[in-house]
Design a protein around this ligand. Structure first.
Ligand SMILES: [Fe+2]
Length: 300
């Protein structure tokens, strides 16, 4: 089946471009790969995806694009047809992409109005071997979004985009895979918005070193450190200067894409966090609110 196979990057519109840019380069641990006036692209050290984050100066903090990969140009065309058939609003049909790294892709709004891109043939960048204790992000691990009809959005991700269900937490949080990673996307009930973007760290020690660096630089942990049950990954959550939640994670479970059978985890304090030693909880994370630009296409 034609499907999405990876996450590429998340594009944000931000009111304070300079603060957000400084956070990602100096604190979070990304590398700026291209920039023009009010626009910049950033990659991770340990992966050759062309960029993992795009920042764009804006009059509101909002999500401009969540970009996924498909394997081939033919897959992009086929996914476009499926997204059209599903009744989604298309921003642009498949075409050559103008962003650094190029590629061939299309943009659309999810049924809830969040902007997505699916592309192939984007240029690969460089990567370097990472060593334990560096505490720098290797790659994007996963994104989590809210939906007013989360069951319908799960069906959209499975039936249209080709994701598979890896686990449920109760009946309210669904973990979805598009490759061997236990989840690349998770969906929660709530107003249509991005909940957080997580970055893989090489080891749990790297996550802790990242926590330490952020603390020294004035960004305190919002929730964690801990270890989730679904996916068995460690977690530490923070917020960027623009108020977006970001996560350092490690040791996310790998599963067989074709054969993995999902479980339903019964919600409870030590299911959300198997360690139970960290600070905060879901209640100390930013309160979800509808994205400020639903169904409004970014000009870039
Ligand atoms: Fe996460």
């Amino acid at each position: 089946m034609t499907r999405v196979t990876e996450i590429r990057y998340v594009g944000y519109g931000v009111e304070n471009f300079d603060a957000e840019r400084a956070f990602y380069v100096n604190d979070w641990g990304l590398v700026e790969v291209a920039a023009e006036d009010g626009l910049a692209w950033f990659k991770t050290h340990g992966h050759d995806e062309h960029h993992a984050v795009r920042l764009h100066e804006s009059d509101a903090n909002h999500v401009e694009v969540i970009a996924f990969a498909a394997d081939t140009r033919a897959d992009v065309d086929a996914l476009h047809e499926k997204v059209v058939a599903a009744g989604c609003r298309i921003v642009h049909a498949p075409r050559a992409l103008e962003a650094p790294g190029g590629g061939y892709g299309f943009r659309f709004f999810s049924p809830d109005g969040l902007p997505f891109e699916i592309s192939a043939e984007v240029a690969r960048s460089t990567k370097r071997a990472m060593a334990r204790w560096e505490g720098m992000p290797v790659k994007i691990s996963h994104i989590v979004v809210h939906s007013p009809d989360h069951q319908a959005l799960v069906r959209f991700f499975t039936d249209v985009l080709g994701f598979r269900i890896s686990d449920w937490l109760g009946d309210f949080m669904c973990f979805l895979r598009c490759n061997e990673a236990h989840h690349r996307v998770a969906i929660l009930p709530g107003p249509p918005c991005l909940n957080h973007v997580a970055y893989d760290m090489l080891t749990v020690d790297d996550m802790m070193r990242g926590v330490h660096r952020l603390k020294q630089r004035g960004t305190d942990i919002r929730w964690g450190p801990g270890r989730h049950t679904a996916g068995n990954n460690t977690f530490s959550y923070f917020t960027t200067p623009g108020g977006f939640a970001v996560e350092y994670t490690s040791e996310l479970e790998e599963v067989d894409f074709e054969t993995h059978q999902h479980k339903v985890h019964i919600p409870g304090p030590q299911v959300m966090d198997q360690w139970g030693t960290g600070v905060g909880g879901p209640q100390t994370m930013p309160h979800p609110a509808p994205d400020a630009r639903l169904f409004q296409a970014s000009e870039i």
